[in-house]
Design a protein around this ligand. Sequence first.
Ligand SMILES: Cc1cc2nc3c(=O)[nH]c(=O)nc-3n(C[C@H](O)[C@H](O)[C@H](O)COP(=O)(O)OP(=O)(O)OC[C@H]3O[C@@H](n4cnc5c(N)ncnc54)[C@H](O)[C@@H]3O)c2cc1C
Length: 459
Amino acid sequence: MSVRDSGLGTRDSDRRVSIVGAGLAGSLLAILLARKGWKVELFERFADPRRSTVPAGRSINLALAERGREALREAGMLREIERIALPMAGRLLHDEQGNTRLQRYGQRDDEVIWSVHRGLLNIALLDGAEQAGVKIHFDRRLESADFSRQHLDFVDQENRQYGHDFDLVIGADGAGSALRQAMNEVSPLGIDEQPLGHGYMELTIPPGPDGTFLMKPDALHIWPRGGFMMIALPNPDGSFTCTLFLDNDAEPGFHQLDTADKKRAFVEQHFPDAVSLMPDLDRELAENPVGYLATLYVDRWHLDDKAVLLGDAAHAIVPFHGQGMNAAFEDTVALTRLLDEHDISQATLERFFVERKPNADAIAAMALDNYLEMRDRVRDPRFHLNKALEWELEKRLPDVYVPRYAMVMFHPEIPYAEALERGERQQQLLERLTAGHESLESIDIDQAVSLARNALKEP
Ligand SMILES: Cc1cc2nc3c(=O)[nH]c(=O)nc-3n(C[C@H](O)[C@H](O)[C@H](O)COP(=O)(O)OP(=O)(O)OC[C@H]3O[C@@H](n4cnc5c(N)ncnc54)[C@H](O)[C@@H]3O)c2cc1C
């Protein structure tokens, strides 16, 4: 038997929207639309996290950068989120001997990224959505969608069914999107999922006495080991969430580490300074799951004028640029603007795709590339020489030269696609300028600036 779930049963308004997934993108989108006067209903498969514990198995903290902050600002949520976020000024690289080296993210003091707790962020956004007048239905898992009848069917944990009529449904239900699957059954969307072949496992460095941090708190820690790496981000309670990224099948690889002794020996060998700070390591190695990583490419994000996807449901990426959520947040601003300025029509939903897809593809490519940078290139002295030179160029030519990392993390006015394209041209130039040099001192900076000015003029 079907129970009508909606408090807005009649189709009395063309500014009515139903969102599936009250995760990060869904709840932020709900706030943005509600603040523009839309009637928003939000459906989430899990129970209200404000009344239960945060689901385990996902990264506990996330890096929030300027694109995400911009979207939160637009939703009036930035101040609230800043209270639960910690600034990270750079990468702290840990070598095999336990020596560390800080590599700042940017040359200005405000060029920092923020470590924010996923659960607390989601809760703040749910609170914000309710305050903005959004009706949230928890414990409602989307089971099927009938687009011709404009009808969704949800089930709760007891398998009771709930029906809901929609005008426009938005899929913010993450990488495994049920809405995407339902749309694809009606009209193939061109879905291509490319597994990375590497997985991840989360480990914890707990707080020290009185909630003190046992490592430098204002940095993103990286243990680059060539083919694999571990990273750690600080949490406000003094702990660090560490994530080990490793090939699934190679040697070393998650499959080959099939006993407790092998796992322990592996982490002790490669991350000795971190292991000494992990009292729960044996339990975590035994219990924590290995997460799956893939890039998702979808050739169409909408179905007629009835449904549209955003965030991970449309373009899940690997996490190495810390941009999946940031990109999803950018989507929410773009879609809100388009829906608010135009009729709900196929053309409007198509416009969203045309605007966002090149950027989604670009950040997908840069995220894959950043894995190589984080786990391997940061160990190469040449990488640091290139960085030093590009900072000089940025200082002298701020309108012409912005390092690609800075474009992605600190310059939301530069679309991802432009960052990728400019970054490629800049990289070729850097390789030329540093060829045959071992330090900045031997490079003629005035000449490099002049070459850069000429080479990087708009094409
Ligand atoms: C290890 C790791 C580290 C990451 N680190 C970063 C980082 O540092 N910075 C960053 O920007 N990004 C990071 N990301 C990416 C980020 O987590 C995602 O891009 C982001 O969560 C996408 O938001 P979303 O709302 O689209 O999807 P999700 O956050 O996955 O939300 C989807 C929501 O839909 C709900 N849902 C799913 N199915 C249904 C259904 N059938 N019915 C109803 N509800 C449903 C889910 O319960 C969930 O609440 C990381 C990802 C991983 C895996």
